[in-house]
Design a protein around this ligand. Sequence first.
Ligand code: BTN
Length: 321
Amino acid sequence: MKKKILAVLESSDGYVSGEQLSKQLGVSRTAVWKYIGLLREEGYKIDSVTHRGYRLAEAADLLDIKKITPMLHTSVVGTKLDIMKSVDSTNEEVKRRAAEGEKSGLVIAAEKQTGGKGRLGRTWQSDSGGIYFTVLLKPDLPPNEISAVTLAAGYGMCLAVREYTGLDAKIKWPNDIIIGNKKVCGILTEMAAQTDRVDYVAIGIGINVNHISFPDEIKEKATSLYIESGKKINRNEFFACILKNLDMVTAGFMAGFTEEDKNNFKSLCATLDRQVSAVKGGVKIEGTAFDLSSEGDLMIRDKNGTVYAVNSGEVVVQGIY
Ligand code: BTN
């Protein structure tokens, strides 16, 4: 019924009264009103005026497989693509599909996540306007080399933002994407592995695209591409651009982290040459992040000249959220 109401609104120039909709579609006016509410929740902007009825002011910019697929020319990432209206978490969905034997390259995106997960056990708000998705990859790597894939995802996302918007996006090591000193994209990588081999990685990515504002608790730390560029982004086009960049970058990094990969990553890494603090083995380290190791660890030199390699957890960078 929702689709039928939408079709009537789409084919009408002006307002369509509730009575007309109800007669034409054989449902009560209360039901019409309820379905209009559901369409608004999905992102359709529908004006309503007393005595005139409803008018579609702006179609929802929903992710649409039919629009994305013709733009995709990827070799692995997105070779199978599924867009869900709602799911608990795209990472959880990909892990379920991996357990059923899905191949490397599957991408699951969702308009809404009811249990979106962030790093370090946090939750990830998945408000409309963002793009939330997870890529399934099966790299032929031992578990201790998997950080290369995590770095690749951040690098690929950074390239996509730069290509599509021209904004000066940078990577906050290991894989947050920032613009200025605010976060625009977060990545949660989960892995299933044997002792010597990775079974799969689920790379979950959330990017703030057309958000107009953020709640008070995070507005000092978070931004969106719309806020930074002043332009609404076509999410289908941008998503195709993201998948293209992830495909290109992960293909290289999946074989390991070469010197060239490291230098490419470093050229976009905002963490280097900054004062940082991190925790390693339960001990707090403070110093300057000065390099990446050949495995992609962050190298920190403290004021006594002692050098540490940090490979996980939270790194706080002075001046960035
Ligand atoms: C972080 O910065 O804390 C990581 C956030 C990762 C969020 C994405 S949204 C799509 C995917 N599904 C999830 O549940 N989380 C990731």
